[in-house]
Design a protein around this ligand. Sequence first.
Ligand SMILES: Cc1cc2nc3c(=O)[nH]c(=O)nc-3n(C[C@H](O)[C@H](O)[C@H](O)COP(=O)(O)OP(=O)(O)OC[C@H]3O[C@@H](n4cnc5c(N)ncnc54)[C@H](O)[C@@H]3O)c2cc1C
Length: 368
Amino acid sequence: MAVDVGIRGRGAVATTLALALGQQGLRVALSAAIANDPSRSDVRAYALNAASRRLLQRLKVWDALPGDAVTPVYEMHVRGDAGAGRLRFSSWTQRVDALAWIVDAAELDRAANDALRFAAHVQRGDDAPPAALTVYAEGKHSASRAALGARFERHDYGQTAIAARLTAAEPHQGVAHQWFRAPDVLALLPFDRPQAQRSYALVWSLPRDRADALMALEAADFERELNSAGADLPTGLSLASERSAWPLALASAQPSCGEGWVLIGDAAHLVHPLAGQGLNLGLGDVQALADTLAGREPWRRLGDERLLRRYARSRAWPVQSMSWLADALVQGFSSPHAWVRELRNRGMGLIDRAAPAKRWLAAQALDG
Ligand SMILES: Cc1cc2nc3c(=O)[nH]c(=O)nc-3n(C[C@H](O)[C@H](O)[C@H](O)COP(=O)(O)OP(=O)(O)OC[C@H]3O[C@@H](n4cnc5c(N)ncnc54)[C@H](O)[C@@H]3O)c2cc1C
């Protein structure tokens, strides 16, 4: 079959784009040349925003997720150094159903791949055949990016994120927690697996040597370190999965498109996970690219560079602003200087009391 769009990649961004373009009636080839490593299960859970949820609902992926693979977040508590600064967000004051939804990464993959089996216009093969447009959703280690002439300057944070599933002694009540404890950032996302109401997804970003040391500890010693990591931690945290480690960097591809090709998702931009926005940005790319292709002039080719630049322009601000925000948080909260510490804690207190500023901040994260 001749195809209109070839997609290289097999992560959530590639599969959702294949579903979205297939829904438009475009003939799509999704390459699965690189198989998943079956020995590695993904212990992460993503905090997805309302825009991502709407996209996944339209693609019939959301409703196919098992009930306990999605947990709504009703409150978010952010704490500064030694409990000094504090920020609280709630779905009630934001007047939304939930601030975010915590979604099991492996289940999301599975549901999107299941949906692909019913997508009439999508073919899967070892390699994407030549097409008018090739989309590269190959993730941060994209092998094609350099060959396309795109630079990907990485700013290495010198940090590693440790991810794991935890259980706690008390119910999570839909509250997400984040501790900015210069230099590390500890996030606990409420989750219903493996134990309903009592589980969390952990994302703990630390300087690399400290993360290596924590990864090397036996489970019981790691749990001891975790439980003593901060005030107000939920009690009785224990590991419910293996731990996985993710080196952290900031990067964006320049250029991100050219005649007949475009980079999307982590292949195009990398942000620190403290803002929980990497996949939300990737799904934002999917929606914007699908809209741009659907709205093209009847005479314009799918791979027309001008069309693709139109897409790239529409993504510049959302991606850039989120990268800046996450980077500013990392820089501001990793500084050991006393005056920076004072400033950030006072800043958190000020924002907490300034309702409009708080609503604006939450709205950025909520709707991409
Ligand atoms: C610890 C941690 C926590 C995170 N938490 C959140 C969160 O709460 N919310 C959020 O929005 N984001 C979060 N993120 C970010 C999110 O994981 C990524 O942004 C997202 O997974 C990127 O998806 P992707 O499909 O672009 O890339 P990937 O998930 O990397 O998928 C790309 C896939 O394509 C494959 N591939 C490469 N080349 C080819 C080829 N030529 N043909 C076929 N396949 C190929 C790769 O092997 C890979 O499997 C987190 C990240 C980390 C590290």
